[in-house]
Ligand binder design. Sequence first.
Ligand code: PMP
Length: 434
Amino acid sequence: YKAEIPDGEIIAYRKKHLGKSLSLQYKTPVKMVRGAGQYLMDQYGKKYLDTVNNVAHVGHEHPEVVKAGREQMALINTNSRYLHEGINALAGELLKTLPPELSVLHFVNSGSEANELAIRMIKSVTGSRDIIVSESGYHGNSNMCIDISSYKFDGKGGKGAPEHTHVFPLPDSFRGKYRGEGAGTAYAGEVKKLIREISDKGRKTGGFIVEPIISCGGQIVLPEGFLKQAYADVREAGGLCISDEVQVGCGRVGKAFWGFQLYDVVPDIVTIGKPLGNGHPLAAVACTQEVAEKFANGMEYFNTFGGNPVSCAIGTAVLRVVREEHLQQNALIVGDFLKTELQQLAGDHPIIGDVRGEGLFLGIEFVDRKMQPLAAQADYVINRMKDHGILMSTDGPDNNVLKIKPPVVFAKTDAEELIFYLKKILAEDFMRTY
Ligand code: PMP
C-alpha cells in the first residue's frame, strides 16, 4: 500500500480547514482503509479486532448490506413523497421487532435527529418542555439534544442544565449515590422528586429520556425496578417516556432485541440510530398511534433524506441479516461467555472493580482499593491493546471504564483473543502504579 497523502499532511489540513473541535483517537492516529466483519485494516495492512464500533452492527461492509445499497442507488433515490415499497418494507421489518403498542415509524438520518423529533413529539403532545434526564446521559449534537445531555452541558464547554431540563443522579449501583440492593427504588425516588419540583414551579412534566444501559455514563445497567417505577411516575404526572436505543438497540443486548425489554416496560417513543444503517446514516423514531396522531397537528413533517429508498434498502438488509445470521443469539452467547471470563479476570485483578452489561455491550471499571477511579490505567490498556491489534475505548464520568461494544458478529475466538491480551497487559508494571 502506498499512501497518496502522508498522515502528517492529512492531520495538518484537518487542523486548518475542518471544525476545530473535531477530535482524533489515539496518541498516533490511525488511518483505516478497509473493514470486514469485526475487523478493520490500516494503511499498512495491519488487522485490528474491533470492540468499539457498534455502528458496524452486522459487521463492517457486510456484503448483503453493501449489495442492497449499491443496487438501490443505481435504480432510484428520491424522497418519501413518492410511493416506494422500500419504506414499507423497512417499517415492516422494524415493526416485527417492536411491541404492538409501538406501531408508527418516522425515518430520519441520525440519532440526534431521532431524539430531536422525539422531544418535539413530547412538546406537541403534552404541551410541556420540562424533560427529566440522566446525569452523564448523551442524546445527540443538535441544540435540543445538547440541552438534554448532561454529558455535554455538565462537561467541558458546557453551561449546566437549562431551565427546563431536570437531571437525576446517574443510577450507578456500583459507585453512585445509592449502591447495592434497593438502589433501583432509591433512584426512582430521585425521578419522583424532580416531578414534584416541576409541579411546585407550576409546570408539568413533559417527558423522561434514558438509555437502557447508559453508555456515556460508563455502561451503567439500570438497577432493578428503577425503570418500571420511573415510567409509572412520569406517566402519572402526564409525561411520556423515551427509550434511547441508539447504542444498544437491534439485538445487541442479547436477551432482548431492544434494551427497554430488559426491564419489562413499553416506552411511548423509541429512538433508533447507529446500528440500523450499519454505517449508512439512517435512524428512526417509533411511537404509539396516539403520540403520532397528536403530533400530526397540521404541520407537515418533511425530511429530505429520511426514508429514502437507498437508506430503506440498507436498513431492511441490516434487519434481515440480524435475523438470518441469528446475531441477537450470538450477542447473548458470546457476550455471556466474555462477561464470565472478565468476571474471572476480576477475581485475579482487584483493579477490576466491576464487570457489567448485557450481551455485547459490556463495561469493565477500574478502581483502587478505596473505590477511586483509575483513568490512567484504563487509558494505558486501550493504547497497549492497540499495539496488539485490538481496538478498545473508555468512557464514564471519570473515564475509568473500558467499553466493549463490537459488531455483533464478534465470535467466541475473538472474546478469547481479547481476554488473552487483557491478561497480559493487566500484568504489566504500569497497571500496579496506583
Ligand atoms: N443517543 C445516544 C445514546 C448516542 O450514543 C448518540 C451518538 N453517540 C446519539 C444519540 C446521537 O446520534 P448521532 O451521532 O447519530 O446523531
